[in-house]
Design a protein around this ligand. Structure first.
Ligand code: ADP
Length: 165
């Protein structure tokens, strides 16, 4: 039992987050330096449910998180209703769209946060995803499914494990 407790504490956010070493890098949007064409290309070339927004590629400082479906709706609206919107138009992400309720900022944990604590946060706040940072720089993302997969892997290694029950 003690060994299991130790194992529970040895699993960190960095062990569960994506991208893994062999994966393509995290798909992020920049706050105010991408064109509509670039944003559309990124959204179309990936299947992710959302994208972190950072100040710049160099800083990787987190500004927010935008859901794929919200982004697609906004782009569609802008293309249809806003005059002069073309692929070369600059896209600017603000904290909340005009006349919209302010959104809660994305939840973050650091790479060294223990997974038992991260799981607790997911449960208590009903999160679907959480971003992972290191020294204030965006490093990765953990979705609910990533956690479930991680738990299944642990259970496979140790069928008697009562971890995260
Ligand atoms: P789910 O995990 O529920 O399928 P997603 O479709 O958003 O949710 O994510 C699929 C996988 O890609 C997950 O392993 C997740 O960690 C990862 N992921 C999610 N968003 C991004 C992103 N913007 N860039 C890179 N990887 C991502």
């Amino acid at each position: 039992l003690e060994a299991k407790e130790e194992f529970e504490h040895s699993s960190l956010a960095v062990d569960v987050m994506r991208p893994r070493r062999s994966d393509p890098p995290l798909a992020v949007l920049t706050q105010d330096s991408m064109t509509l064409g670039e944003v559309e290309a990124l959204v179309e070339s990936t299947h992710y449910s959302g994208f972190p927004v950072v100040v710049s590629q160099e800083s990787q400082r987190l500004v927010g998180f935008v859901f794929r479906r919200d982004l697609l709706i906004s782009i569609d609206n802008a293309r249809k209703r806003q005059e002069g919107v073309v692929s070369a138009s600059l896209v600017v992400f603000t904290e909340h769209a005009p006349a919209q309720a302010p959104e809660a900022p994305p939840f973050t944990v650091t790479d060294h946060t223990a997974m038992d604590i991260t799981v607790d946060i997911f449960r208590k706040l009903g999160l679907r995803q959480c971003l992972v940072t290191h020294n204030g720089r965006l490093l990765g993302i953990i979705t609910k499914k990533d956690i479930l997969k991680h738990m299944a892997q642990i259970a496979n290694r140790d069928p008697d494990s009562i971890l995260f029950n």
